[in-house]
Write a protein that binds this ligand. Structure first.
Ligand SMILES: [Zn+2]
Length: 316
C-alpha cells in the first residue's frame, strides 16, 4: 500500500459537515466546537457543507436551523455554505470513471439475498460484509438490470489487505476493509452516489486538509482512503472525536429532542454554558460560562479524552 500523501504545503482548510436530517444536539455542539477551535487556533479556513444526500431524511429547513444553532454557539465559517446534492454531475463522472477502469461493478443483490448469504447471523446494526457475488457477473448496467429484473447499485472493488492511518486524536488505526465490509456501494440502486464517494470528492474539491468528525465515522475513513487512492486524490489529516453518551451508554442522537440546542436555547440556557460544558469535556478548566471565541487559543487537541464522554444530565 502506498504511504499517505501529506500536504503540508496546502493551506490549512477544514470543514463542518452536518447532515440536515434533524436538530443539532449537545453531541454535535461538542464535535463542531472542538473542530472550530482546532482550526481557528491555527488560522485555518473553515468550510460549512450540508451533507444532504440522504434524500429520505434530509430537509432544507434543517439547514437553516443548523446554521442558526452554529451562530448561536459562536461558531463561524468562511464563504457561503455548500450543499452536497448540488454537485451530483461530477460525482456521476467519478462513478463512471471508476467503472470504466474496472475498479467498480454493478450489483443487483437485494438486502434479503445478502442476509441469506451470511454464514452466521449478525447482531444489532453491524454492517453485512458483501461477499463479492456480482464481481464479474454483469458487463453492463443494462444487462444487469434486465437479467436481474431490478435496479443495480455500483460497488467499489476493494483490494485485500490492511489499511493503516494515524488519527490525530485516536492514534494509529488499522482496518481490513475487504475482510470486514467487502466491496462497498459507491452508488445506490436509485443511482444516488453513496456517502463514502461524495465526502471524498467534496473534501478534495474544497481543498480540505483537515477532517474532524465524530468517532462513529472512524471505520469509514479506511474506505475513503481507498477511494482517494483510486481517484488520485490527496488524503487529509483525520481527527475523530469520541461521542457523547447518556448515562445508559446510548448515543445522544437517540434522545435528540431533550438535548437539542434549540430546546436548550428556548429554555433560556445561554450558549456560553453549553460552550463551557464542551470545554470541560475537552479537558479545559473554564468558568461556568464562556464564549467560544475566548477559548480558541486555550484549546489543546492533546487534552481531548480518547474515551466517550458521559452526559450526566447537567451542564454544570
Ligand atoms: Zn451483488
Amino acid at each position: 500500500m502506498t504511504p499517505l500523501r501529506l500536504h503540508s504545503t496546502r493551506p490549512l482548510t477544514g470543514r463542518l459537515a452536518p447532515s440536515p436530517t434533524g436538530a443539532l444536539h449537545l453531541g454535535h455542539a461538542r464535535t463542531f466546537l472542538l473542530t472550530w477551535w482546532h482550526l481557528r487556533q491555527r488560522g485555518a479556513s473553515v468550510h460549512l457543507r450540508h451533507e444532504d444526500l440522504d434524500a429520505g431524511r434530509a430537509r432544507p429547513e434543517h439547514q437553516q436551523a443548523i446554521e442558526d444553532d452554529l451562530r448561536w454557539l459562536g461558531v463561524d465559517w468562511d464563504g457561503p455554505p455548500v450543499v452536497q446534492s448540488r454537485g451530483l454531475d461530477r460525482l456521476q463522472a467519478a462513478l463512471a470513471a471508476l467503472h470504466a477502469r474496472g475498479l467498480a461493478y454493478w450489483c443487483t443483490c437485494s438486502r434479503a439475498e445478502l442476509r441469506q448469504l451470511q454464514s452466521a447471523p449478525q447482531l444489532g446494526e453491524l454492517e453485512l460484509r458483501y461477499p463479492g457475488t456480482c464481481r464479474g457477473r454483469w458487463s453492463t448496467l443494462e444487462e444487469a438490470e434486465r437479467e436481474a429484473g431490478r435496479e443495480a447499485g455500483l460497488r467499489f472493488r476493494v483490494p485485500s489487505g490492511e489499511i493503516r492511518f494515524v488519527d490525530q486524536v485516536l492514534g494509529p488505526q488499522r482496518f481490513d476493509v475487504q475482510a470486514t465490509v467487502g466491496d462497498f456501494l459507491i452508488s445506490r440502486r436509485d443511482k444516488t452516489p453513496a456517502y463514502q464517494l461524495a465526502v471524498v470528492l467534496d473534501d478534495a474539491d474544497a481543498g480540505i486538509t483537515e477532517v474532524h468528525r465524530g468517532a462513529d465515522l472512524l471505520a469509514s475513513t479506511a474506505r475513503q482512503l481507498l477511494l482517494q487512492r483510486a481517484l488520485g486524490l490527496p488524503t487529509p489529516r483525520y481527527h475523530h472525536f469520541p461521542l457523547v453518551l447518556d448515562a445508559e451508554g446510548r448515543r445522544l442522537a437517540k434522545r435528540v429532542d431533550s438535548l437539542s440546542l434549540a430546546t436548550l436555547r428556548a429554555g433560556g440556557v445561554p450558549a456560553e454554558r453549553v460552550v463551557a460544558w464542551v470545554a470541560r469535556s475537552a479537558g479545559l478548566s473554564v468558568p461556568r460560562a464562556v464564549s467560544a471565541r475566548e477559548l480558541i487559543h486555550e484549546f489543546t487537541l492533546e487534552r481531548v479524552p480518547t474515551q466517550p464522554v458521559r452526559w450526566l444530565g447537567t451542564l454544570d
